[in-house]
Design a protein around this ligand. Structure first.
Ligand SMILES: Cc1ncc(COP(=O)(O)O)c(C=O)c1O
Length: 423
């Protein structure tokens, strides 16, 4: 098909309205948003409290530049985020996306070591991982298909070493793998370790065990490297706690956030800066940022999102509802030989797709499941970078109610049955 024949919207249904986990398209068809968009619409669509905050901020002032004027919504958002993150963090640097928040963490890590001895410029990351599409963030991501054709852009980016499990049966590196990577690179050359506590697009909800997180903290402390966690997908309640790294007692130096910070109501990301990073210096000024970083409209909206999340105890709700959904998905998966036992935490769940005999087909099985789901009125998100991680994310809004959940499961079952007939 030539580019000129690609229909507007790529031929996808055209969304016109959303409430809760339900979206309606131009034809009047209804979809259950079983993935919260790209795992960001944590509160569901059309929450009146958030829309009111957005509208009333828009009517007062939408933009001031942080180098010229301050704004109360931005200050209040920082206070709210820091009160959630706790005493180990001192500053919030704003961006417009998770990718930019990753870039910010990388820049801060390099600045942190700039005046120290030697050359600390290597960032250790994990395979699989995904940290964003901007050059620096993609440069440290072990997501081959998203890097394809971009070598010229990525070669000059941050020196990153994706740490891989030595044993192909393990999806993620263990502590011995991480130690070997530190030894190989040189402990005094590592600027930072950057990991997703629970993976999303790349690993399909594989979780770093608490003892590995603790071990990484210790390795970073011994070597002087910073520990950065990417909580773009997991942060602000998605994984059943405010942050997924709270599952271990390892406190990172930098926390990268996005998505759930505004629950999809406006573009915003943020990097939380720990007390030990660049002490006495303004991380916001050092990171420099972007024109729209920390604009009042996004800040007021995110503030309303976080207040709603706190008032409605959505992290706890995600844990409880996620536990129930995990059980229901497990029962469904047991009936399809091409599905494995679900994994994940809270409402960040993944159905592993056991690679089909049909790995040879043009479209991977997880994508075919997502297409069949869409035809059944359910939106899901395909994940994974290889046969071992191929999966479908099931990540409805943290507010999902019983009737939405029942519809999600019924439509999922019917999509799987359709796919199963061709397997
Ligand atoms: C873990 C993780 N980090 C970073 C990003 C990039 O965020 P954004 O798409 O907002 O730039 C994503 C997006 O999917 C993500 O899941």
């Amino acid at each position: 098909m030539s580019p000129s024949t690609i229909p507007p919207g790529g031929g996808r249904p055209v969304a016109v309205y959303g409430r809760g986990a339900r979206i309606r398209d131009e034809q009047g068809r209804e979809f259950i948003d079983g993935s919260s968009g790209a795992v960001c619409v944590n509160l569901g669509h059309g929450v009146p409290e958030v829309l009111d905050a957005l509208r009333s901020q828009a009517e007062r002032i939408t933009f001031v530049h942080r180098s010229q004027l301050a704004h109360r919504a931005v200050d209040e958002l920082s206070t709210e985020i820091l009160s959630i993150a706790g005493a180990d963090y001192r500053e919030v640097v704003y961006t417009n996306s998770g990718s930019e928040a990753t870039e910010t963490a990388l820049r801060l890590a390099l600045h942190h070591h700039a005046d120290g001895p030697g050359d600390r410029s290597v960032v250790l990351t994990q395979r699989p991982s995904y940290h964003g599409m901007t050059a620096g963030a993609l440069g440290v991501s072990a997501h081959p298909s998203r890097r394809t054709g971009l070598d010229a852009l990525l070669d000059g980016s941050t020196a990153s070493v994706p740490v891989t499990a030595a044993d192909a049966d393990r999806p993620l590196p263990d502590l011995a793998d991480w130690k070997a990577a530190f030894d190989q690179v040189g402990h005094d050359r590592v600027a930072a370790v950057l990991v997703e506590p629970i993976g999303g697009a790349a690993s399909g909800a594989e979780e770093i065990p608490a003892e590995v997180m603790r071990g990484l903290r210790a390795l970073c402390d011994e070597s002087g490297a910073l520990l950065a966690v990417d909580e773009v997908m997991t942060g602000f309640g998605r994984a059943g706690a405010w942050f997924a790294h709270l599952g271990s007692d390892a406190r990172p130096d930098l926390v990268v956030t996005g998505k759930g910070l505004s629950a999809g109501y406006t573009p915003i990301g943020a990097c939380l800066v720990g007390t030990r990073v660049l002490p006495g210096r303004s991380a916001t000024e050092l990171a420099f940022g972007h024109t729209m970083s920390g604009n009042p409209l996004s800040a007021a909206t995110a503030l309303a999102v976080l207040r709603y999340t706190r008032e409605h105890r959505l992290p706890e709700r995600a844990r409880r509802v996620g536990g129930e959904l995990h059980g229901r998905l497990s029962a469904i998966a047991a009936r399809y030989r091409f599905l494995g036992e679900p994994r994940g935490r809270g409402l960040l769940l993944a159905l592993p797709v056991l690679q089909d005999a049909a790995g040879h087909r043009e479209e991977p099985l997880n994508r075919r499941i997502c297409s069949a789901a869409e035809a059944a009125g359910l939106i899901l998100y395909p994940a994974g970078i290889d046969r071992a991680t191929q999966s479908v994310l099931v990540t409805p809004p943290l507010t999902v109610d019983d009737s939405e959940l029942e519809d999600l499961l019924t439509r999922l079952d019917s999509a799987l049955a359709t796919v199963g007939r061709t397997e």
